[in-house]
Design a protein around this ligand. Sequence first.
Ligand code: FRU
Length: 500
Amino acid sequence: MTSEPLQKARDFEAQYGPHIPDSERPAFHATPTIGWMNDPNGFSFYKGECHLFYQYHPYSNEWGPMHWGHLKTRDFIRWERLPAALAPDRDYDAAGCFSGGAVELPDGRQLLMYTGVQRSHNAEGFLQDVQTQCVAIGDGIDYEKLLDNPVLGGKDLPRGGSTIDFRDPKVWREGDTFYAAIGNRTADDSGAVLLYRSGDGLKWEFVRTLDRCHNQYGKMWECPDFFPLDGKQVLMTSPQEMNPVGLEFHAGNGTVCLIGDYEPEGKGFLRQYVQAIDYGLDFYAPQTLLAPDGRRVMVAWMQNWGTVGAKPYHCRWFGQMTLPRELAVKSGRLYQNPVRELENYRSCCVMHSNIPVSGEVNLPGVQGRVLDMTVTVRPTGGEMYRWFRIRVAKDGEHETIIRYRPSDGTLKIDRTRSGLPHDIVHTRSFLVRYREGEIKLRIILDRFSVEVFVNDGEQAASAVVYTRQEAAAITFEAGGSVLMDVEKYDLTFDEQEMEG
Ligand code: FRU
């Protein structure tokens, strides 16, 4: 039975969603049907198709009582819209259906596990959350919430665990057993990831704490994910209130990838390496899936809580997902590259090789706002160049700059003049591995975003831009002399088929 709040959301999105023309949306990044989107939820395969749910408030372009929006895709690039899947319509989720995961049950149904949020007054009269884990089961369109919800609550927490911050279950199945990794705040006020187990997806028990923050990487650890990859085990989380650490972690909401080994029957997760996941301005709450062909694919909310107040006036959708990325672990580092399916949409190849650059140049055929471009830069002559800049989404007033400086090995994204006239963070720098001044940058532009993949996926950096679409020039500039190769493709989509 579809509840009244869910029916209302479905009617609303069916009525107003189609009013947003495709030209006002990204060409290939996932956006909400209407209104607000944050975290990816339930990113998983079900009956051979990839489903992506999302934190959703259809009624405005701001965060509000959380629903789950619903998309699916056959190739990670083109998204079909499905009706909203969950609405806050029970006592235990009256204040929102927060983030969670999805898994296919052995009987062919799909299980969604999410955080139900209730609000109540604490001893000081302040409103505070009570967060529990809840389940809904369905057929890929309609879901019934379990009568026995919530399936996990305060009594299932290890000692000192907070019931205010207990959220974002990521579920998966191994043989006959279901697992869930869930974020929690511990007695020392910092984050932890808890592991739970179930035989049927309905009755759950605590297994162990997978890792704890000890106040080192932020406070509450949101949206965890936990999976094996290339012989290592990866634990991802999105901490709130991070302290900055060099150019690796910036202040505020960040993302952390912990890489180590896993002894399920022994010591558990043994952390060895720690790094940021994305080094740009807009990236949070990543979630992964295991594709039927064995790839581990990640998608994230291409936004940051610190900058969500900065949005185009009266926009009817807000929030988009990153391009899904294929992950790998090599020498203790996480590698990320765009899903290979993107290459099916390449057209109009333009190649330039060994181009000398010393002032600012533009190249024939190299412009546009929806494209896939790889730029390789090498020093030339006796002296190391001082800097190299690529300007995209450029016209007389606007530009988004990607700048590499070999002397200190920093890459910087600067979207100061990218159509967001708000007083927010617009630049971010990070360290890249030094290779004698050589650098390779794959830049994916969509109408409202820039994603940069450095040196074949060693690092990635994402930023939203709202520069008017006419700003489509691209230039290259060096302080000193470089030789440059450019390989550029337009990305073209049959708009008719894009939106289901
Ligand atoms: C992360 C987050 C989650 C929560 C959701 C609410 O962005 O804060 O922890 O479930 O957003 O929308």
